[in-house]
Design a protein around this ligand. Structure first.
Ligand code: HEC
Length: 103
C-alpha cells in the first residue's frame, strides 16, 4: 500500500513536470526563427523599453514606419541608436514574418 502511494505521487510529479515543460516550450516557440541571427539582433534592440512585439502584429509595409518611430524613442531617451545594418536586419526579420496584407 505504501509503495503504491509512492508510485502515485511519483506519477503525479512526473505528469506535472512534463506539463510545465511543454508549456515553457510552447511559450518560447512563439517568436519565429529564434535560432536566427536576425532574431538575436531584434531581441537585443527591441527589448529595452517593452517586450519585443510579435512580427505578425503589423504588415511588412507598416514595420518600416514603426522601426523609424522606435529609433526616435531611442534618440529621445539617449539610448544607443540602431545603425543602418541593425535596422535593416530587424526589418528583414519582422517583414519576413509580418502579418499578411489583406487584399
Ligand atoms: C527607447 C525605448 C524603445 C525601444 C528600444 C523600442 N521601443 Fe517600441 N515602443 C516604445 C514606446 C514608448 C512605445 C509606445 C508609443 C509608440 O507606439 O510610439 C512603443 C510601442 C511599440 C509598439 C506598439 C505600437 C505599434 O505601433 O504597434 C511596437 C509594435 C513596437 N514598439 C515595436 C518595437 C520594435 C520592433 C523595436 C525594436 C526595433 C522597439 N519597439 C524598440 C519604446 C521603445
Amino acid at each position: 500500500m505504501k509503495n503504491n502511494n509512492y508510485a502515485k505521487l511519483l506519477l503525479i510529479v512526473l505528469l506535472a513536470c512534463s506539463a510545465c515543460d511543454s508549456k515553457t516550450e510552447q511559450e518560447a516557440a512563439l517568436y519565429p526563427r529564434q535560432d536566427s541571427s536576425e532574431f538575436q539582433v531584434f531581441a537585443k534592440q527591441c527589448s529595452s523599453c517593452h517586450r519585443p512585439p510579435m512580427p505578425d502584429v503589423h504588415t511588412a509595409q507598416a514595420w518600416t514606419r514603426v522601426i523609424a518611430r522606435m529609433q526616435q524613442h531611442k534618440e529621445q531617451r539617449g539610448l544607443l541608436v540602431m545603425n543602418a545594418i541593425e535596422q535593416q536586419t530587424i526589418l528583414d526579420y519582422l517583414q519576413k514574418h509580418a502579418q499578411k496584407d489583406q487584399h
